[in-house]
Design a protein around this ligand. Structure first.
Ligand SMILES: [Zn+2]
Length: 140
């Protein structure tokens, strides 16, 4: 069962006609994975989508933003340590990312400022969507 209303999007974006069904099945696969793991905060990463569909990362991001508009996914921002690549924290909005983030991955107490840590955008299934689909799966 497609997650996106494919006919609507294919009419609206004819140049994405062939890509949209692939994107949709990618989302479906990820949703099953998320449900199997009962992971509401399951990460959908634009770079991974780009690799899978062999498209540019910017286009992958645009596709995910379409899905966000439809309430399927929600974006979030994740900050990473510049030297260890370790995850530091996740924030709903870019403006919520603190100027300084204390890093647990170094010997001495250290915090990274916004010139040094790096931030990636990721997407999670929208809680409501995740639960609705979960309920459907349980009852069908
Ligand atoms: Zn660090």
């Amino acid at each position: 069962m497609p997650l996106l209303r494919l006919d609507y999007f294919q009419k609206k974006f004819p140049e994405l006609k062939d890509l949209l069904p692939k994107f949709d099945s990618y989302l479906e696969t990820k949703l099953s994975e998320a449900r199997e793991k009962a992971a509401k905060d399951f990460d959908i990463v634009p770079a991974q989508l780009a690799k899978k569909l062999q498209i540019k990362e910017g286009l992958a991001l645009a596709l995910l933003m379409l899905a966000e508009e439809k309430g399927i996914v929600e974006s979030a921002y994740q900050a990473f340590c510049p030297t260890t690549d370790n995850f530091l924290g996740e924030y709903k909005e870019l403006k919520d990312v603190p100027k300084h983030i204390e890093c647990p991955y170094h010997d001495r107490e250290i915090s990274h400022d916004s010139d040094h840590y790096f931030v990636d955008v990721v997407f999670h299934f929208a809680p409501q969507f995740f639960e609705e689909k979960e309920a459907l799966a349980v009852h069908s």
